[in-house]
Write a protein that binds this ligand. Structure first.
Ligand code: FAD
Ligand code: UDP
Length: 366
């Protein structure tokens, strides 16, 4: 790309999508400027060290994928160690293993075999003569009343700030339902945590690129646009277009961190509080991701929050209204001659990290 401008690429957002595109552009000999409105790189994967504990600042991030290319890409850049995610649910003090599997059914009903568990679920299951219209119907038809009431309804309504009847069915399809004894939360071939947290991976991806932090693209659009030929934008798409069709909705979060003078606080890295009364959805104990033998531990309580301007947009809300509104913005975005849009916010999709990387690896670098 021959150009008089200082950079070939301006990358807006130093999260995984932006960082992977920046890495590939730099490797292809392009000059790259990365900006982020936060005071750090890494987006939601950013970690902070607390005396030997790597705290996942924006919630627990477990890397998992079945895509070999993605796996080989990340492990060629940073060191990862094996990890299997086995979260638990706490319903009013009762502990249940997740995801739903024979161990969960035994804790709920005392059933010990697949046949007994299937019979119990069948007895409670909602039998539909149509596709599930919402999350409640989907959950009741899949797992029956007990699991829905103890492990799904309260958690989901807190997390999304809406009743399960107003939420799309697909959200719950992320959760595996098993008839074996297996507390591994993910079905993927590869599962691991980067040693020393995600920052070394991000730093490696951004090597050779110029980086400007505390810099909001929308507030400095004219100046930044003039610096580069192409722009990779990973922020909210409705904001890019100054909300001209209306606002997309997001779900936000608040994280409350606490350091404790004990070796461990809970048995596993993540415990979901699935009742309706506890105001937070989960407690994360970061040390389970990498234990360097510290005498103390750090936990984070994760509180769901209604999103409004100025708060971080963590989750897209892919219901009918937002999906239709997003399609209007996307039609504009697809016509932009020099902008590339991607990542969780610009695509308005509930992507995991491996999906974001897969998309970023597919971006054409001119
Ligand atoms: P982000 O990480 O959001 O990065 C976008 C960046 O763009 C941000 O740093 C933002 O500040 C910046 N930005 C936006 N607009 C502007 C602007 N106008 N100017 C300048 N900068 C801007 N995935 C997994 O695979 N496993 C997990 O266990 C997992 N757990 C998660 C837990 C939580 C609580 C959350 C919220 C997400 C989780 N994810 C997990 C998903 C994972 O975080 C995302 O898939 C991934 O980080 C998205 O990368 P991204 O680059 O698209 O977006
Ligand atoms: N979910 C639930 N109970 C749980 C865990 C998850 O009902 O104990 C539901 C909830 O609606 C949640 C969805 O399943 O939003 C997806 O869960 P996941 O753990 O994948 O959420 P994430 O970690 O992406 O927030």
């Amino acid at each position: 790309m021959a150009s008089n401008k200082r950079y070939d690429y301006l990358v807006v957002g130093a999260g995984l999508f932006g960082a992977v595109v920046a890495y590939r552009a730099h490797k292809a000999g392009r000059r790259v400027l990365v900006v982020d409105r936060r005071n750090h790189t890494g987006g939601n994967t950013y970690c902070e060290e607390r005396d030997g504990i790597f705290v996942h600042r924006y919630g627990a991030h477990i890397f998992h994928t079945s895509n070999r290319e993605v796996w080989e890409f990340v492990t060629s850049l940073a060191e990862f160690h094996p990890y299997t995610h086995t979260p638990q649910a706490n319903y009013r003090g009762e502990i249940y293993p997740l995801p739903f599997n024979l161990n969960t059914y035994e804790a709920l009903w005392g059933t010990t075999s697949e046949e007994e568990a299937r019979a119990k679920i069948e007895e409670q299951r909602l039998h539909l003569d149509h596709e599930p219209a919402n999350l409640k119907e989907q959950a009741l038809s899949l797992v029956g009343r007990d699991i829905y009431e103890k492990l799904i309804e309260g958690y989901t309504e807190k997390q999304w700030g809406r009743s399960c009847e107003e939420l799309p069915a697909w959200i719950i399809r992320r959760l595996p339902l098993r008839y074996e004894r297996n507390n591994n939360y993910f079905n993927d071939t590869y599962q691991a945590i980067p040693t020393g947290g995600y920052n070394p991976l991000i730093e490696r991806l951004l090597e050779g690129c110029d980086v400007r932090l505390n810099c909001d693209y929308i507030a400095n659009r004219e100046e930044l646009d003039s610096l580069a030929e192409r722009v990779v934008y990973t922020g909210e798409l409705d904001r890019f277009y100054d909300y001209r069709f209306g606002r997309l909705e997001y779900r936000s979060l608040r994280f409350e961190e606490e350091q404790l003078d004990k070796e461990y606080y809970q048995e596993v890295s993540v415990v979901n509080y699935t009742d309706n009364e506890t105001p937070f959805t989960r407690i994360i104990e970061h040390k389970h991701f990498e234990d360097r033998g510290t005498p103390h531990t750090v936990i984070t309580r994760e509180y769901p929050l209604e999103w409004s301007e100025g708060k971080e947009a963590y989750y897209p809300i892919n219901d009918e209204r937002n999906t239709a509104l997003y399609a209007q913005y996307r039609a504009l975005a697809d016509k932009e001659p020099r902008h590339i849009f991607g990542g969780r916010l610009a695509d308005y999709r509930y992507y995991d990290m491996h999906e974001v990387i897969e998309k970023a690896l597919a971006v054409r670098i001119d």
